[in-house]
Design a protein around this ligand. Sequence first.
Ligand SMILES: [Zn+2]
Ligand SMILES: [Zn+2]
Length: 348
Amino acid sequence: MEQPAALQAPMSPIDALRRVCFLLERGRESSYRIDAFRRTIEAITLVGDDELRERVEAGTLKQIKGVGDSSAAIIGQAVLGVVPAYLTTVEEKHGEPLTRDGAELYAALRGDLHAHSNWSDGGSPIEEMVLAAVTLGQEWLALTDHSPRLKVANGLSRERLTDQLARVDAINASLGDSFRLLKGIEVDINLDGSLDQDDDMLDRLEVVTASVHSKLRQPAFEMTPRMLAAVRNPRTNVLGHCTGQLVTGGRGTRPQSQFDAEKVFTACLENDVAVEINSRPERCDPPDELIEIARDLGCLFTIDSDAHAPGQLDMKSLGCARAEQHGIPAERIVTTWPVDDVLTWARG
Ligand SMILES: [Zn+2]
Ligand SMILES: [Zn+2]
């Protein structure tokens, strides 16, 4: 991956707005403001540059639904060929990389096996997620929206997943060979260890990330077999945020789920399932001691963003810092692999 460069003038209004959103999202600023800018991006996507310029001159930008004061100022300055003042301020606050540790691994990353769009609980359309991944110099991205039982996250029914797969095909067709969007899912691990989507639908996917989202505090004697069943399911490729812990952030904190890590990670090794290093700062999952157990057993890893917005794709730098700290070699990290190798591995 490449550290995203600050934009230089002249830039299009939409590029300026995207850069603002990217930085605010990566900086975990409040989503209220970001959502407004994202709405503006959507609103002006259909408006040509000429019309935007005319509206700037006529002072009628804000008549476009979705364009407010801040957006209008950004658009107006970008149209005039100057770096918008708002963007300069955001660059000063959030323009630096999240960390410089793990820089070698970060540079080696090619993809991501865990990201959400607004089809489930993400904030942005699939296309915006892809665009951000391309801008970061990535080669591939797995779209892993939630599964049906996670209703709070608007999990996808088989019908909606079917529709999404058609959209993924269309996006890939428009991208050509430059980038590959993989068909994926973050599938819930049910209480009995089964996966929360029909087998024939899972078979249509290229990668399956399985995660526990319910009954996180059940005792180890229940959680261990539940996780083992999911890992042993031949359709599972990645074990997502394995402890479910929350260490900081707006949702408060949550303790690690209790399970026999040695047993679960041994099953990951035996079944060629990668252990996810979830890069979100509030998750920071697995914790250090568990990463070391999986490392010493010889497991594969992924460094995933679990992004719910384009700018959050760059949180993988935090996962890289952790992987480096624990001495995990790049070749054991699936997200450094070329997409063909990932597909071969996932097909198992
Ligand atoms: Zn999850
Ligand atoms: Zn997720």
